[in-house]
Each structure stands twice: as C-alpha cells, then as structure tokens.
Design a protein around this ligand. Sequence first.
Ligand code: AMP
Length: 119
Amino acid sequence: MCIFCKIVAGEIPANRVLENDEFLAFHDISPKAPVHVLIIPKHHIENFQSVSGDLMAKMTPFIQEVAKKLSLDRTGYRLITNNGEDGGQEVMHLHFHMLGGAKLLWPHLAPEKEAKKFV
Ligand code: AMP
C-alpha cells in the first residue's frame, strides 16, 4: 500500500482539511509555502497521466471547495501536479499541491538555456 493510501486508511496520521467519499485534502508534511495542502483521490491512481476525465470532473469542484475552506479562493493560489520522473513526482499516487498564503515566486524550474528551448 502506498503512503497516501495509508493516510486514506488512517494508518498514517495527517492534518486533514476536507474530505468526502472520493477525495481527501491534508496539509503537506514539508510545506513550501504558508499554506501547502495536498489533494488526492482516495482510490489509488498513479498520476495525472492516468486519471480519467470523469474523475477530474468530480475532483475539480472538490479542489475549489478546499480553496474556499482555506480562504484561498479570495487571495489566490497555485495548483501543481508533478507527473513522472522529469516532473519530480516522488509519491506515486495522484496529488495536487495547493500552495498559497503569500505572493508566490515563479523561478526557473530548469536551467535557463533549456527553459528557452521552444521560445
Ligand atoms: P511529489 O514530489 O509531487 O510526489 O510530492 C509529494 C509530497 O508529499 C511532498 O511535498 C511531501 O512533502 C509530501 N508528503 C510525503 N509524505 C507525507 C506525509 N506523510 N504527510 C503529508 N505529506 C507528505
């Protein structure tokens, strides 16, 4: 069982923000911003590349509800999903990072030369 499935099952503690039958939001253990929450489907799905459109259609309003609960709907936030090796995905269970609570930086995520490849 993966680490996020263990959180869903209650085998590992997590600071839960919101949940329903299908989705769970909890605070990231190593926050990269004043607010850093992870939003996952309870059912194990490896990553964004393998999620169905139907599930994403249900996940979207849940994500919006999480933003409201954290009052980030008014101030703004960043939503990120790391997909696969180059994306830097470490936990192989689909999750969206919701980051906010400050004006976020927008740094180069790859060496500048490579980042300009398609400009
Ligand atoms: P990623 O690199 O996109 O796969 O992100 C995985 C995220 O999971 C990282 O931001 C970790 O800090 C976070 N994480 C790992 N274990 C836990 C945990 N037990 N509770 C909360 N967040 C976790």
